[in-house]
Design a protein around this ligand. Structure first.
Ligand code: SF4
Length: 506
């Protein structure tokens, strides 16, 4: 195996995790231009833009969920795939050790984190031979759990909410794609992009859908029928009004890429792979002898990177509400859906393992008046202490079965997360006097800079992302999307976008 292969793959992994490709940057810039200044979506996009710049400047993870590494490798006949696989795995472990990837691979039965992103099925590596003796091509996509959970697969014909019957036709496929984007709302950190496969079987359909995400956002489908479908989706989908993070707005999707595979006559699947705005995908071409990078794919290193944010980045409007935890019931009940808060003081991270634990154990800290942050941070040892290097919110809906009980039992006053929560939590907020604060999903670098200190950590036996980290926040911006009076921005946007869905797709 060429000696430079390991270093080249390591460079690819680090660059993919920390620097968005130019086509995604361009699409996000275009999205920023479309949203009206001062709106929730415009403010969220300003934070995202600042985060993208901060990640590239400091070579930090764009999002703390560095996703499932999926490699597509094309190699000459005779190249040793066993050794390549070993080197790719070693590069993943090294990138994790350097904090460029979060430890993200857990045993599905025990929940134990392998700590190095290696394990059965992690990373995913697909090899293909090509008739090019002198080069190896390695492409990588890092797709996080929030957007992966928003993938959808339809078996046609089907009856779709707000759209009626979707037949086995291009029109039926169009309805499925619109439905998938509407269904995702902000949970997959919109504005997103979709890779779609028409046909195949249930397994190959999802694989081919994900392969579509290796296309650039500005390419044109060589199949004119699919090109027309992609254009038709992009021409109408943004009328849905889902907006950035599901806050409502003019841009819900930045790309739609569709492929087709033959199918069995009895089956007609439409598989949709939803990727978030943190659409991390890069590639390299290597000299097959030396393993050195001869060129990058999707980016031109000689072209200077244009900053995403304008000079000011996230700008305050003066209407923000400054809060310091612990919070009182009175403070919390004075907040209404749409308020932007700047939160300071202590917050405690809690994801799936912590919530499950708190249902049957007392919390390791006093949570009265407290703030729980749905977040699995990337944390580095810093002398005797810790330093948070990436800390955006994780998808909150997973905690729906627990949240209302935990708020009531322990006196929690605020929950920070992304994507919103359900009816049970909404009722719990009203009953107990608490709010749900939506932070900007994926803005891991931006939020890491609002964490001024790590006071400690509890429940470390759950692994770094799942442990309860005790954080000191300073002016952490978030939007009240569920208040203590029964108000929910998520419910409002979902209802309004359902009406639009029916109008454009029905
Ligand atoms: S931006 Fe959102 S959906 Fe994407 S990886 Fe990060 S948290 Fe997950």
């Amino acid at each position: 195996m060429p000696s430079g292969f390991f270093e080249s793959v390591l460079s690819l992994v680090v660059r993919t995790s920390t620097d968005l490709p130019p086509d995604v940057r361009a699409a996000m810039k275009a999205a920023m231009k479309q949203e009206e200044a001062g709106t929730r979506s415009a403010q969220a996009l300003a934070i995202i833009a600042q985060n993208i710049d901060q990640a590239a400047e400091g070579e930090g993870a764009i999002c703390q969920d560095t996703g499932m590494p999926t490699f597509e490798v094309k190699a000459p006949v005779g190249a040793n795939q066993i050794v390549m696989k070993k080197e790719i795995r070693a590069a993943i472990a090294e990138a994790t050790r350097r904090g460029k990837l979060r430890s993200n691979s857990v045993d599905s039965l025990t929940g134990e984190n392998s700590g190095d992103n290696l394990g059965p099925g992690t990373p995913i590596i697909h090899f293909e031979q090509w008739e090019n003796d002198s080069e190896i091509e390695v492409k990588l996509i890092l797709k996080g759990g929030g957007c992966e959970n928003m993938n959808s697969q339809y078996s046609l014909p089907a009856d779709l909410a707000h759209l009626g019957r979707a037949d086995r036709s291009i029109e039926g496929v169009r309805k499925c794609i619109l439905h998938a984007v509407w269904h995702a709302q902000g949970k997959g950190c919109s504005p997103g992009a979709v890779g779609v496969c028409i046909g195949g079987d249930r397994t190959s359909g999802y694989i081919h859908a994900k392969e579509q995400l290796f296309r650039t956002l500005d390419d044109v489908n060589p199949d004119s029928r699919l090109a027309e479908l992609e254009a038709s989706i992009m021409g109408t989908v943004n009328n849905l009004g889902v907006g950035t993070m599901g806050f409502g707005g003019r841009v819900s999707l930045i790309g739609c890429k569709v492929g087709a595979q033959n199918r069995l006559p009895a089956s007609f699947f439409v598989s949709v792979a939803y990727d978030c705005w943190a659409y991390r995908r890069l590639g390299v071409v290597l000299d097959a002898q030396s393993g050195e990078i001869t060129r990058w794919l999707y980016r031109d290193p000689s072209t200077p990177v244009i900053p995403m944010a304008d000079q000011a980045g996230f700008q305050r409007t003066g209407r923000e509400v400054a809060l310091r935890a612990p919070l009182t019931e009175e403070q919390v009940r004075s907040l209404r859906v749409g308020d932007v808060v700047l939160l300071s003081g202590r917050a405690y991270t809690g994801r799936d393992a912590v919530h499950h634990h708190l249902m049957s154990h007392e919390p390791p800290v006093d949570l009265r008046g407290g703030v729980i942050y749905h977040c699995g941070p990337v944390v580095a040892k810093d002398g005797d202490g810790w330093r948070v290097t990436a800390a955006g919110p994780t998808t909150s809906i997973r905690e729906e079965p627990y949240q209302a009980d935990i708020i009531k039992r322990y006196g929690v006053r605020a929950v920070i997360g992304k994507g919103g929560m359900g009816a049970r939590t909404l009722a719990g907020l009203k009953e107990s006097g608490a709010v749900y604060l939506n932070a900007i999903g994926g803005a891991a670098q931006f939020y890491a800079r609002t964490i001024t200190k790590v006071h400690g950590v509890s429940l470390m036996e759950f692994g770094t992302p799942e442990a309860m980290w005790h954080l000191e926040l300073q002016d952490f911006p978030a939007i009240v999307t569920m208040d203590a009076h029964g108000g929910s921005l998520h419910a409002e946007v979902e209802k309004a976008s359902a009406a639009e869905l029916a109008a454009i797709g029905g």
